[in-house]
Design a protein around this ligand. Structure first.
Ligand code: ARG
Length: 635
């Protein structure tokens, strides 16, 4: 059924005519659109309205308790009575349809439930043909003309700073960014995942200085320890720097001369070390590269634990080490009269250019590039290298900064490029309070979760003792972290205090547990059908609740993925997966009861139908979890 002829054969088998054509229906990727198309055609004939208008007047109700499809009367713009009256009248004229049960009126709505006898015969072969592509936009649509090929999106996320803490802001960006990238992937985009490291600036000067001063006592082959060493070294240097920074601040507050701090002491040494990197002195650059390599190697390994792989570890150093990239940007800005001098620094005064964004510094007084200039130059550098259709920054807060970046690109005369840039932002109320506890490295944050899960699994109720030992604890830890991040609405606070962490209900470990239970149930049926048998087995055992309700929910999966893609609200797909979890749990409970109730031979006839259903739900759960960034385990 992944092609139109295949689908036509399936519906013909159900006694239906060819699927009516609607331009906006995506019948090869979304089974709900099949139902939608038949209903629109049937009802359109009755009211003699424009069919596309009728199609648009039909929608799935928000909650599945209200039905599967719903005609919203006012949208039909019919004359001859109030929408309510019309609904009542039309209801009497609707003839029975193979796909639907009897409709009913609910105010201005006419609501339909799918006929439970048909859903399994339509849906289960449909899902089985698509398997992992069910819910993606990967079956070929009916579009005319040549295929333009996939569009390219750059998703930039995580982006920690070398030697500094991995904060809760970085964690959210990591989990949400991976999710955004996966969503684009599933919608058929060509996705490039970029980590934009904070690998340039005075903090690198300070770290380099520390390395020169204390050297490395670590063996090079222990990468994690080496990374931890430079992190600790940096903290130590910051500690040493603090008295000077305070003295300088006091001097500044007292309006005293601060020049002395620029010529002697650690501050001056730090700046000089960074200056040597900026000037491209070979030994300074070699040291910088060493520190960067240690960082990248650590992160490659550590992100793996979260199922994340970046295509590119770029960073702020990239345009900094390629002076023409920044000079080109400045030249354009200057020629357009956008750059101006202020106290020896070069700035953009956005207020003068129709954007209430204050001033943004582009080059500081000592001639160094700024964070803003580096980001602007990076846009053009990436455009040159990737020719992207879209670029998304998944970064916590920093709203003004990204508006400044995008506005600058526009002011330079590239509004077409500016239109391709998007900042996915979210609040991070935790920035000041450290709910990550003592963990300062990404690896420590993950370790903490895993240890926690190990403890729960060893000490908790028997239910949590999942087979698979350490692999299970690892998967459970990561899933708990990921779901916790994705559950909170984009603007909401997030609490990482483990003492409040609940495992029951809507959590990552609960999804994994449900998945594992389902896999055992599949194995227990002992059924192994060939694909061509699937449309023809006896599905009678699935006609009643909870089975038919689960099937109705499964029809919605592609629609849920699509609407999640449109809003990037991870809560939408999570809520859906938890609903699936609830329904499949009811089904498995009922199946277990059958088993112990000893209904004998009648149980046997149910196995085949259930086995096909289980496998399709398993596929949906697996695909959904993978979008979130969780790898399901069979046991
Ligand atoms: N490294 C920055 C930080 O830790 C985040 C970078 C965000 N991305 C960007 N293109 N500016 O705050």
């Amino acid at each position: 059924t992944t092609s139109l002829p295949g689908l036509e054969a399936l519906v013909a088998d159900l006694g239906l005519g060819p699927v009516p054509y609607f331009a906006t229906a995506d019948v090869l990727n979304d089974p709900l659109d099949i139902y939608h198309s038949y209903l629109a055609e049937d009802f359109g004939r009755l009211v003699e309205s424009d069919l596309d208008l009728v199609y648009k007047a039909i929608q799935p109700p928000n909650t599945i308790q209200d039905g599967d499809l719903d005609i919203v009367l006012p949208r039909l713009k019919l004359s001859g009575g109030s929408p309510k009256q019309l609904a009542a009248e039309l209801l009497k004229q609707i003839r029975p349809h193979t796909l639907f049960g009897f409709p009913f009126q609910d105010g201005i709505h006419i609501r339909f439930f799918f006929s439970p006898k048909i859903i399994p015969r339509l849906l289960l072969p449909y899902i089985n043909d698509r398997n992992p592509t069910y819910g993606t936009a990967k079956c070929h649509a009916l579009r005319e003309g040549p295929d333009p090929g996939p569009k390219k999106v750059l998703v930039e996320f995580s982006s920690p700073n070398i030697a500094q803490d991995f904060t809760s802001a970085h964690l959210r960006s990591t989990v949400l960014g991976a999710f955004v990238a996966n969503m684009y992937d599933s919608m058929g985009w060509d996705v490039i995942r970029i980590n934009y490291l904070g690998d340039w600036g005075k903090h690198l000067g300070l770290l380099g200085l520390g390395w020169q001063k204390y050297g490395s006592t670590q063996k090079d082959d222990d990468r994690t320890n080496l990374f931890r060493y430079i992190h600790d070294l940096y903290n130590r240097m910051e500690e040493e720097l603090r008295p000077e920074q305070e003295a300088r601040k006091n001097a500044r507050d007292a309006k005293e001369d601060t020049a002395v701090f620029e010529t002697q002491g650690l501050l001056a040494e730090r700046d000089a070390t960074f200056k040597r990197m900026e000037d491209g002195e070979p030994d300074a650059l070699a040291l910088w590269k060493r520190l960067r390599d240690i960082t990248v190697e650590y992160y490659i390994e550590t992100y793996k634990r979260l199922n994340i792989k970046f295509d590119e570890y770029s960073g702020e150093s990239e345009v900094s080490l390629n002076p023409t990239a920044v000079v080109d940007v400045e030249t354009i800005l200057r020629s357009k009269g956008i750059l101006e001098e202020q106290d020896g620094a070069w700035v953009i005064d956005y207020d003068k250019h129709g954007a209430k964004l204050g001033t943004g510094s582009v080059r500081s007084r000592n001639g160094s590039t700024t964070y803003l200039l580096r980001d602007i130059a990076t846009v053009f550098d990436r455009l040159k290298r990737h020719a992207f259709d879209k670029m998304i920054y998944v970064v916590c807060e920093q709203d003004v900064h990204f508006r400044q970046v995008i506005k600058a690109v526009e002011l330079m005369g590239y509004s077409d490029v500016a239109d391709k840039l998007e900042h996915v932002t979210f609040a991070n109320a935790n920035r000041r309070t450290s709910h990550l506890g003592d963990a300062q490295l990404l690896g420590d944050i993950i370790d903490q979760r895993e240890d926690f899960m190990r403890e729960v699994m060893n000490a908790g109720p028997d239910d949590y003792r999942i087979e698979g030992g350490d692999a299970a604890a690892k998967a459970m830890g990561v899933s708990s972290l990921v779901v916790q991040e994705l559950r909170s609405k984009k603007g909401h606070n997030n609490n990482h205090d483990l003492s409040h962490l609940s495992l029951e209900g809507e959590s990552g470990p609960e999804l994994l547990r449900c998945y594992a239970r389902l896999c055992s149930a599949i194995a227990a049926t002992g059924v192994n059908l060939a694909p061509e048998e699937i449309p023809h087995i006896d599905y009678t055992p699935l006609w009643a609740p909870p089975w038919c309700d689960l099937l109705r929910l499964m029809v919605r999966y592609p629609g849920v993925v699509k609407s999640t893609f449109n809003t990037m609200a991870s809560t939408t797909i999570l809520a859906y997966l938890f609903q699936i979890m609830e329904e499949i749990t009811s089904c498995l409970d009922e199946a277990d009861e059958d088993e112990s109730g000893g209904e004998g031979s009648s149980v046997g006839s149910k196995y085949a139908a259930r086995a096909v259903l289980y496998e399709s739900v398993r596929q949906i759960l697996e695909s959904g979890m993978k979008l979130l960034g969780i790898t399901p385990l069979k046991r």
